[in-house]
Design a protein around this ligand. Structure first.
Ligand code: NAP
Length: 253
């Protein structure tokens, strides 16, 4: 491995806590990559991005988080097919002065979902899924669900954004959707007592509840699923998988 300095950063705002910074800093220490470093770049607005690039010539990789996953796209030279289809970038590779955007959330969600659905010994066919929320994460989730042959039904607070609102979600639709994916921030620290409004009493052992939130480990949404014997999974594995995929992309020749 070359001894040239390699820098990595995370852009977003605000950046109070960062999984990526801790994850990569520990990785560089463990793998004795002393020429690698990871730092946080809290940008108050995306117009500051070119200055950040110009002032750090050793940057080779960038992670992107809320609120810039979409807004960063006009600053890139190229974007991957998946990132283009979703309209969101969470990883940028810088090579020969060119910036290419990728979406590794998609990879993280797909791998982790497939493992989750295969865990059940009983064969439960999942043809439809409820996707709660209509933000950037929901776009990545829907892209993968369609790719693996599951039809997503988007649940939104706003009748103009999703396929159905929480109030209009009738039992017929609910009972048909064996998989429910929470892509809203409900339940996430510090608001741990919040949860999506669903008819939880209709859940049973044939349901799969997947929460993209990973902090706390079990949200109220997942606890309610567990109480009704549904299979549950949080977003921690997805988070690790997306980070590893970013690392792989940064290291590709
Ligand atoms: P976002 O755009 O801020 O929010 C997602 C959607 O949630 C919104 O579009 C909104 O949809 C709904 N929502 C927001 N506040 C709500 C509330 N108070 N009540 C009900 N619905 C609400 O966020 P995002 O970027 O898509 O990320 C969503 C979550 O996924 C975050 O918690 C994030 O940390 C997590 N995430 C995890 C991973 C991972 O690797 N595990 C990766 C990416 C994201 P409507 O307006 O249509 O209701």
């Amino acid at each position: 491995m070359s001894s040239a300095k390699k820098q990595f950063t995370l852009i977003g705002y605000p950046l109070s806590h960062s999984f990526s910074e801790k994850y990569f800093t520990e990785k560089f220490q463990k793998e004795m990559l002393s020429n690698h470093s990871y730092f946080l770049s809290p940008l108050e607005n995306i117009e500051q991005f070119p200055d950040l690039m110009a002032s750090h010539p050793d940057l080779v990789g960038v992670n992107v988080t809320i609120p810039y996953k979409e807004k960063v796209i006009p600053y890139l030279d190229e974007i991957s097919e998946e990132a283009k289809a979703i309209g969101a970038v969470n990883t940028i590779k810088i090579k020969d002065g060119k910036l290419k955007g990728y979406n590794t959330d998609v990879y993280g969600f797909e791998q982790s979902l497939l493992k989750f659905l295969q865990k059940k010994s009983k064969k439960i066919s999942v043809e439809n899924a409820l996707v709660l929320g209509t933000g950037g994460a929901a776009k990545a989730v829907c892209y993968i669900l369609k790719k693996i042959g599951i039809e997503p039904i988007l649940v939104s607070r706003n009748p103009n954004k999703g396929d159905v609102t929480y109030e209009d979600l009738d039992c017929l639709i609910f009972d048909e959707c064996r998989l429910i994916v929470n892509t809203t921030p409900l339940g996430m620290l510090p608001h741990i007592n919040t949860f999506p409004q669903l008819p939880y009493n209709r859940l049973n052992a044939n349901f799969f509840l997947y929460d993209l939130v990973y902090n706390p480990e079990k949200t109220v949404f997942l606890i309610k699923g567990e109480e009704h014997k549904s299979s549950i999974k949080n977003g921690l594995e997805m988070l690790h998988l997306q980070a590893e995929k970013s690392w792989e992309i940064w290291n590709e020749e």
